[in-house]
Unconditional design. Structure first.
Length: 606
């Protein structure tokens, strides 16, 4: 059976070997058993059901929540010569009929549909009349109460176990936590299904987190140095900021487009389509953007505001580098983020227990930002995975962070908060510490305090860094009054009394840090300058073919396939067939066109 599976993989996809646990999953489903698959984004979930769909008799039914995802998958499969279609509300009655009759005639290998459509009596009845090879339930975490928008629709899928007991069911998700997993098993009746859990590490993502000084300058510097011409996503918290950042990027010549829920639907859709169809577009977005995007060659994801939890951070950053090629995720964060999150927490209406839960989530996020150890180790530990060694592929690994003994300045900072009556925000307390006799300081006679001006040896930037870290460590708290008023947390007592010392992260001049990091992070997809002309010519060929068919370029070939062409320069169809990602169908469709590009290039060299 595995021989057959590998034959399908090679013939249709042009891939040599299964990745990770794909082979086990394929074997399980192909032999008619159920399975639950937990794999990170980009891990290769689709093949887990697409390969068995081609091995078993009948049509595979794939349940997916979003039309854009279905369209993308179907376009990709059609390019591979696989008979695939989707049923969705975007089709008119006539089109839907046509697809139903293809199904009834046994002319479909895979049929995609949304859960709400599947559970209608009409669809269930239709499915009873044809042989079904398997049910694949994508984004299965939607069934969980900790999940998401589509829960009600997903709950209806329990009916599959009753009505189609002999058909194997495969649930897939990139959400791995235990509660979600338990919900999926219970609600989709997968109690006896083997669980295939993969590592959630994303080894091709370089993690970088930088203190924010001048966000726009840092962002443009980052893009210019590490990802010129690449496609990326920039996340901001508010709609207004999205607009501002997109406009600022445009003004500097970047092809940037805004995306948030406040834009008219046509604009949103047009911007999303350009992001998918064109190369090198940067989308500036709120978190409304992302679900339903499986563009494989997003080369960077930048956050200009702190995400609210590590779960959110992991999901948003996970949209980079699905194709496995090197990509960078970069978070800029600062004192204001810490203050804002603490305020939101104080103002939240929930129960005490809910607040504690939220605080833990934010604390974990802050810990990731402030750590001087390997980011990846910390991140994976949060998801209950143990990475024995530092990864060597994050900013703290490749440029170890300096620390300094901040016991005295911290004590001074805490005293200043206390002596000024725990009634002011960071700016004011720093004025007192650095001896700035502003109007308000004078009016309050805080220039009379013994500690007035005692902190002049530290620069303003350093004081802000100290306060940020004291807040992040929970030694200081922010009131929910909207003014950022600081107060002492009881946990700071031992530091104030001189019983413990405190070591803090030495914030670097961030632009220098980025510059130094450039060579080491290997974050960009590397094409030697000598190979640039061929690489650009291959991309132009791909773009022309994609435009002619109205599909995204990556549906023709992935970047990794073009890179392999650059490396091996195949000069015949047989040689071309050896390249990863070129199966029979794509070879006959596009082989000659790309060979012509390579031959021309080789002739020019001769
Ligand atoms: P997921 O749905 O888990 O995010 P996908 O199924 O979209 O991931 O796969 C991610 C990428 O990896 C796709 O571009 C896919 O073609 C590629 N891929 C998957 N399996 C293999 C494999 N065995 N060999 C080579 N490439 C693979
Ligand atoms: Zn690391």
């Amino acid at each position: 059976m595995m021989r057959q599976a590998e034959e399908v993989l090679r013939r249709v996809w042009g891939y040599d070997v299964f990745r990770g646990r794909q082979a086990e999953v394929v074997a399980t489903i192909a032999s008619g058993q159920d399975a639950l698959v937990l794999m990170p984004t980009g891990g290769g979930k689709s093949l887990c059901y697409q390969v068995p769909a081609l091995m078993r008799p009948g049509t595979a039914i794939v349940i997916s929540p979003l039309i854009s995802l279905m369209q993308d998958q179907v376009a990709t499969l059609l390019q591979l010569g696989v008979r695939a279609a989707y049923l969705s509300s975007s089709l008119d009655a006539h089109e839907a009929r046509a697809i139903e009759s293809q199904l009834l005639d046994g002319r479909l290998d895979l049929l995609y549909m949304a859960p709400e459509r599947l559970v209608t009596a009409r669809t269930l009845d239709l499915l009873q009349r044809v042989p079904i090879s398997l049910f694949a339930i994508d984004e299965a975490h939607c069934v969980s109460q900790w999940g998401h928008d589509f829960r009600a629709d997903y709950l209806g899928l329990a009916v599959l176990a009753e009505q189609f007991p002999q058909v194997p069911r495969l649930a897939l998700t990139a959400t791995a936590d235990l509660r979600t997993r338990a919900d999926i098993i219970r609600l989709l009746r997968l109690e006896s299904a083997p669980v295939f859990l993969s590592s959630f590490d994303r080894p091709n993502l370089f993690y970088r987190i930088l203190p924010r000084l001048n966000a726009m300058e840092q962002l443009t510097d980052f893009i210019r140095r590490e990802h010129p011409g690449d496609a990326g996503v920039v996340y901001c918290l508010s709609r207004a900021k999205v607009e501002k950042v997109a406009a600022a990027l445009q003004a500097q010549g970047f092809p940037a487009l805004p995306y948030h829920a406040g834009l008219p639907a046509q604009v949103r859709e047009a911007n999303q389509t350009r992001f998918l169809r064109e190369e090198g577009i940067i989308v500036v977005a709120t978190i409304a953007f992302g679900m339903g995007i499986d563009k494989p060659n997003v080369r960077f994801v930048a956050h200009l505001d702190l995400p609210k939890s590590l779960e959110a951070y992991y999901q948003e950053t996970g949209r980079a580098g699905r194709d496995g090629l090197p990509s960078t995720v970069c978070l800029f964060y600062g004192l204001q983020d810490v203050i804002k999150h603490q305020q939101m927490l104080m103002q939240s209406e929930g129960s005490e227990e809910h607040k504690r839960h939220e605080r833990r989530r934010i604390d974990a996020m802050l810990q990731l930002c402030e750590t001087t150890d390997c980011r990846r180790q910390l991140l994976l530990r949060y998801f209950d995975e143990h990475l024995p060694q530092p990864c060597g592929y994050c900013d703290t690994c490749s440029e170890p962070v300096a620390t300094w003994d901040a016991t005295e300045p911290s004590r001074l900072a805490l005293s200043a908060v206390y002596r000024t009556g725990q009634r002011y925000g960071v700016e004011y307390v720093v004025e007192v510490l650095t001896g700035k006799r502003s109007e308000r300081v004078a009016a309050n006679q805080h220039d009379q305090l013994p500690l007035f001006g005692q902190g002049q040896s530290l620069a303003l930037k350093s004081w802000r860094s100290v306060f940020r870290q004291l807040l992040a460590k929970g030694l200081l708290q922010v009131d929910g009054d909207g003014f950022g008023t600081l107060r002492l947390d009881p946990s700071c007592r031992s530091l104030l009394k001189g019983e413990v010392s405190l070591t803090l992260r030495q914030d670097r001049d961030t632009l220098t840090a980025q510059r130094q990091a450039r060579g080491r992070s290997k974050a960009a997809v590397a094409v030697d300058s000598a190979d640039q002309p061929l690489w650009l010519a291959l991309r132009a060929c791909r773009r022309a073919l994609a435009e002619a068919q109205g599909v995204p370029p990556y549906v023709i070939f992935h970047d990794s396939t073009l890179l392999a062409m650059v490396e091996h320069m195949p000069l015949s169809l047989q040689e071309m067939r050896q390249i990863g990602g070129i199966g029979d169908s794509k070879l006959s469709r596009y082989g000659e066109a790309f060979l012509a590009v390579i031959r021309e290039h080789v002739d020019a060299l001769a």
